[in-house]
Design a protein around this ligand. Structure first.
Ligand SMILES: *[C@@H]1O[C@H](CO)[C@@H](O)[C@H](O)[C@H]1NC(C)=O
Ligand SMILES: *[C@@H]1O[C@H](CO)[C@@H](O)[C@H](O)[C@H]1NC(C)=O
Ligand SMILES: *[C@@H]1O[C@H](CO)[C@@H](O)[C@H](O)[C@H]1NC(C)=O
Ligand SMILES: [Zn+2]
Length: 474
């Protein structure tokens, strides 16, 4: 289980952006950090060799780059037909990392082979749920700061429920990409994305460029609409577009990640990517568009009665239903103000660790301030004071029932590999055939503003991150 850390996010730029370090890589790695005595004498020799080799390579490069020999591109490729950079952000909901190997995906493979891929997937934010993650992708903020801390929740100050159809701007904090883009006088278009229906700042969700969510709209229609934006006069073509597919999440919940229905759904999503590529090629703009294809989270099977019942804790503490904001896979509890959260947590954990609660060892409860820092899940009144971390594939319920528990779920700790999704970037700003280490999706915001050459709002991404992923401008 690889725990994402800040250090991992801040990996130094991959050396292929710099000719010198690229070509001397082999030399530098052959020098151990603490050379044993015998190699001390040889190190200077190796260094001298490296330096002279690099010099030779630089001269060779300067010589050939002035001739017509075509070199692997180290800078972003010039636009052929479009007059300004365009980013098309595509989400396939619940596209767990690895689904791309379930079946032939010739179209996604085209993006991967000629684009930049997070080799072991994209790391979602915690909780690994749809709304918190989609909104983290477009704001660069962790849920505690962008306000959408769950798919459904109560704000103790607003005292009304947030649902996935709440379009009042009071819920949606931070500055989503479509807002940043229009604030800079550029155009944005959204074919579905959580939060895109909300009027905020300069963004008014204009009818021709912004669709109100309706999951029944056929995927084909969504792709065709996006393609039509490229038929507009050049100056009218939106600089930023979103496209959203609710599959394979939809199937994943019903049948879990390893059912043939998932394989079918993947083939269908791949077909939509194919339709999109074809349409862009027909318009002569495929190589001009920066396509970012990703998912919001992964999926894990929840079969075999891997259940924990809160009722079983009654000997230690009674947890009534109305304290619970969500059960699974994010357990969040708001006891009445007369209770000490710390006390409730202590009693719950006592019970869970006692060996007398079925599957108790698979749940650990925290006051939110004591959750691991890497989850960034405490700095908001909206986050209930008590949060439970549930082990992969387990579920928490009030009490035993006859319900069928088999299916799939997500929302768990973002350190679980099963919660990872995919990241592929294809287009003028992305190197062809490049693999990069996994990163958290809060980095996407700065990546998009960098491609569009606009100043983004402050956020939780690392400002130096885009240059580790994108080709530098020429
Ligand atoms: C990758 O790009 C090159 C250069 O444009 C092109 O010739 C090739 O057909 C592309 N490969 C795929 C798999 O799309
Ligand atoms: C949602 O889309 C379907 C398919 O296009 C359409 O028949 C239906 O009327 C739409 N619903 C709403 C509320 O617009
Ligand atoms: C995230 O970004 C917000 C807005 O810039 C900032 O207030 C907050 O301190 C940041 N949090 C972390 C953990 O970086
Ligand atoms: Zn989702």
């Amino acid at each position: 289980m690889a725990v994402p850390t800040k250090e991992e996010d801040e990996d130094p730029p991959i050396s292929s952006t710099s000719l010198l370090s690229f070509d001397t890589d082999d030399c530098s790695t052959s020098i151990p950090p603490k050379p044993p005595f015998s190699s001390v004498i040889f190190t200077p020799l190796i260094l001298v060799t490296c330096v002279s080799l690099s010099t030779a390579i630089i001269f060779a490069y300067l010589f050939f780059s002035h001739s017509s020999v075509s070199f692997i591109s180290h800078v972003s490729r010039p636009l052929q037909k479009l007059k300004h950079p365009v980013v098309l952000l595509i989400s396939s909901d619940g596209f767990r990392f690895g689904y791309q190997y379930k079946t032939d995906t010739p179209n996604i493979d085209r993006l991967i082979r000629n684009g930049t891929e997070a080799e072991l997937g994209l790391i979602p934010v915690f909780p690994t749920l749809t709304f918190p993650n989609h909104y983290a992708i477009v704001t660069g903020l962790y849920p505690a700061y962008h306000g959408i801390i769950n798919n459904i929740f109560l704000d103790p100050n607003i005292r009304e429920p947030f649902t996935m159809a709440s379009y009042d701007p009071k819920w949606w904090l931070g500055e989503p990409l479509w807002e940043t883009v229009v604030n800079h006088g550029l155009k944005a278009a959204t074919y579905f994305w959580p939060g895109s229906e909300v009027n905020k700042g300069g963004w008014t969700c204009p009818e021709s460029l912004c669709k109100i969510y309706n999951g029944s709209v056929p995927f084909e229609e969504r792709v065709d609409t996006v393609l039509n934006y490229f038929d507009l006069p050049n100056s009218e073509i939106p600089s930023f577009m979103t496209l959203y597919f609710g599959d394979p999440d939809h199937q994943g919940h019903k049948v879990g990640p390893d059912d043939p229905q998932i394989t079918e759904a993947i083939a269908r999503v791949d077909g939509m990517i194919g339709k999109l590529i074809q349409g862009l090629e027909a318009r002569g703009v495929f190589e001009d568009v920066n396509i970012i294809m990703l998912g919001d989270h992964g999926m894990v099977g929840t079969c075999d009665k891997k259940l924990i019942f809160l009722e079983d804790l009654a000997r230690w503490i009674k947890i009534p239903k109305d304290w619970i904001q969500s059960y699974s896979p994010l357990l969040s509890i708001r006891p009445p103000p007369s209770y000490s959260s710390k006390d409730v947590v202590t009693k719950m954990n006592e019970g869970l660790k006692s060996g007398k609660v079925k599957n108790g060892q698979y749940l650990k409860v925290y006051v939110k301030e004591e959750l691991p820092d890497r989850l960034h899940y405490s700095e908001s009144d909206r986050i209930p004071p008590i949060i439970g971390l549930i082990d992969e594939a387990f579920k928490v319920e009030q009490k035993s029932s006859k319900r069928n528990e088999c299916g799939g779920s997500h929302g768990y700790d973002n350190a679980f590999f099963s919660m990872r999704s995919i990241f592929i970037g294809h287009g003028p700003k992305f190197a062809r055939g490049r693999k990069v280490p996994s990163f958290e999706n809060v980095q996407i915001y700065n990546m998009v503003t960098t491609i569009l050459n606009i100043q983004g709002a402050s956020n939780n991404g690392t400002s130096s991150f885009p240059k580790t992923i994108l080709l530098p401008s020429h």
